[in-house]
Design a protein around this ligand. Structure first.
Ligand code: DGY
Length: 326
């Protein structure tokens, strides 16, 4: 008998086909909205599940999934999953690192450029019929070329963002839990500094760290006060890394100049004030959303599921300790 797996959201047909070669698959190609109870009922007899970042996998749900052996998240981030609880139960957790770095870095630059040059505000102005003539001082923005870029989180995505800064002749500062290898610093032309120095010197501060208890509100009111009044904050990492209420206040009172955001606390119910502010570029968590990247993410999650349920050895295992308990 084939193992039974659940796919919680709509995925690409070819990935579903791949899964069907190995498993008895329950899918959700209609992309119906499932609450915790729907998910629990569907997981009761499943060996594996392919999840998205909106599925909360916690102890209460795991209690109702006695056969579950693997949770394959279609994302590099996995803060939607209680990994410690999975580990305790010998359930493998996998993610999709690597395949979304470049698309996410590209989009980070869309936010940097869009926020610096007031692109969404300018488009709204034009679409709203306000553009009557060319003016010398119309919609003036900030220079990106030659500015200082501060990167918080210098993993694969942070590095991909830094490499793109070379083309804009920027000075790159970074802060990370650990200093990266000298050859990486050279390739990215990046200088390791303290968080305080980065905040004080950067014209653009961009976040590329995971959301963990340690990074919760890493940027709050006091950090925003340390930034330049002309600075722009970019978040394409995770909601919760920034204290959104503090950011709203800082954007409103001019503590910083602008922001470019792809992620929020309490998605998709973002802080309502963001919608009223002109000096923020907003996107609905789409940094990795190119066709090829999302397809590769789904394929990677499927291959993790196959490897986990056939060999017990998925390539992108987040909790190797779970194997000892399984
Ligand atoms: C991730 O992979 O963690 C993204 O946020 C989802 O695109």
């Amino acid at each position: 008998m084939k193992p039974k797996v659940l796919v919680t959201r709509e995925i690409f047909d070819e990935v579903l086909e791949l899964l069907r070669q190995h498993f008895e698959v329950s899918d959700n190609q209609g992309d119906a909205v499932w609450g915790p109870e729907d998910l629990a009922q569907r997981l009761a007899d499943k060996d594996g599940v392919m999840t998205s970042i909106v599925d909360r996998i916690d102890a209460a749900l795991l209690d109702r999934a006695p056969r579950l052996k693997v949770v394959a998240n279609i994302a590099v981030g996995y803060n939607n999953i209680d990994v410690a609880e999975c580990t305790r139960r010998g359930i493998l957790v996998t993610n999709t690192p690597g395949v979304l770095d470049e698309a996410t870095a590209d989009f980070t630059w869309a936010l940097i450029l869009g926020a610096a040059r007031r692109l969404t505000e300018a488009e709204a102005y034009l679409r709203g019929g306000q553009w009557k003539r060319w003016e010398l001082k119309q919609l003036l923005g900030a220079d990106v070329h030659g500015a200082t870029l501060g990167i918080i989180g210098m993993g694969r995505i942070g590095q991909a963002v830094a490499r793109r800064a070379l083309g804009f002749d920027m000075q790159v500062l970074y802060w990370n839990r650990h200093r990266v290898a000298p050859e990486v610093e050279r390739r990215c032309n990046a200088t390791f500094v303290s968080k305080e120095e980065l905040l004080a010197r950067s014209d653009f501060v961009t976040l590329h760290c995971p959301y963990t208890p340690e990074t919760h509100h890493l940027i709050g009111a006091s950090e925003l006060r340390k930034m330049k009044r002309t600075a722009i904050l970019i978040n394409a990492a995770r909601g919760g890394v920034v204290d959104d209420a503090a950011l709203v206040a800082a954007l409103r009172d001019g503590t910083i100049a602008a922001a470019g955001l792809d992620v929020y606390e309490n998605e998709p119910n973002l802080h309502p004030e963001f919608l009223r502010l002109k000096n923020v570029v907003l996107a609905p968590h789409i940094a990795s959303a190119t066709h090829s990247t999302r397809l590769n993410m789904a394929k990677k999650a499927a291959l993790n599921l196959v490897a986990a349920l056939t060999r017990g050895d998925p390539p992108d295992l987040v909790n190797p300790e779970a194997k000892r308990r399984g």
